[in-house]
Design a binder for this molecule. Sequence first.
Ligand code: ZN
Length: 328
Amino acid sequence: MKEAEIRSRTAHNTYLALVSADAERLAQDHSAFAAIDCPCCGGRSIIEEFQKAGFRYVSCESCATLFVNPRPTFDSLMALYADSPSTRYWVEEFFKPMAEARRARIFRPRAQYVAEHFPDVARGRVGDIGAGFGLFLEELQALWPAANLVAIEPSADMAAILRTKGIPVVEQMLEQVPPSEAGFDLLTAFELFEHLHDPAGFLRHVARLLRPGGVLYLTTLSGFGFDIQVHWASSKSVSPPHHLNFANPASMARLLERTGFDVIEIATPGELDWDIVEGNWQQEGIDPGRLWRTVSRHGGDDAKRRLQGWIRESGFSSHLRAVARRRG
Ligand SMILES: [Zn+2]
């Protein structure tokens, strides 16, 4: 898979400029911010990393999670996602034109992963948190026609689209979903974790909504990811106020353990890290440093493919997958 197959460079950069404008607007209102301890391990010793668009990124001395601190409150984030120029652009210009490509390359493989690993849930109740256009649920429904699928999606616009597809919607932020909805066999949350104001609170609420033994499957950005480590503050993935939490494989495991889960799998199955770094260098002149400039210029396709294989298998892709079971 190549980056160009799932997102347009121009649309991505326009989107990031709008996100940056959101960040600068939000950063002017200090009442919209709250200081936190490490979102993964709860640690209080922090290391200063960098500032970006008025936001302060720090890392945890104990578990190395990279995070924004202080960070926007839950309410200010909710207002941002409900209605902002960046959110509208993301839906209309960034996601929609690539939706079918993303369905085939991203959402179908996720549905296949679920169907393969959790066949006992085929007739169960499955919720997708932040379901968006419902691509994952549509793909899962095709594999599991008897499953009871629910979208958990706070955006009224998305909820309307989901309903036209016949997908039932709980139109709320996960943190506000009432206990009467509990009893899920499986909950999924794709590319949501990095946006959360309070990841531990989110996961505790997920645990309450799952039945004992129920499964959580999430994907997020890893702060140990190759492209993020190479570009660091200038990484496009480091985009406040949207991306606040960059866990890593070990800190994600620690967080899941302390919020009521047993880890089934933590992996970094990403395919794009090298392509992102090389594309940023070759097309935009974003310097990855001497070693990677040399690999880009003089490395063969086979060397680059094996590099990405090493990144993926050694836990250093920025695409992190965590699968865990609710204890109890
Ligand atoms: Zn920590």
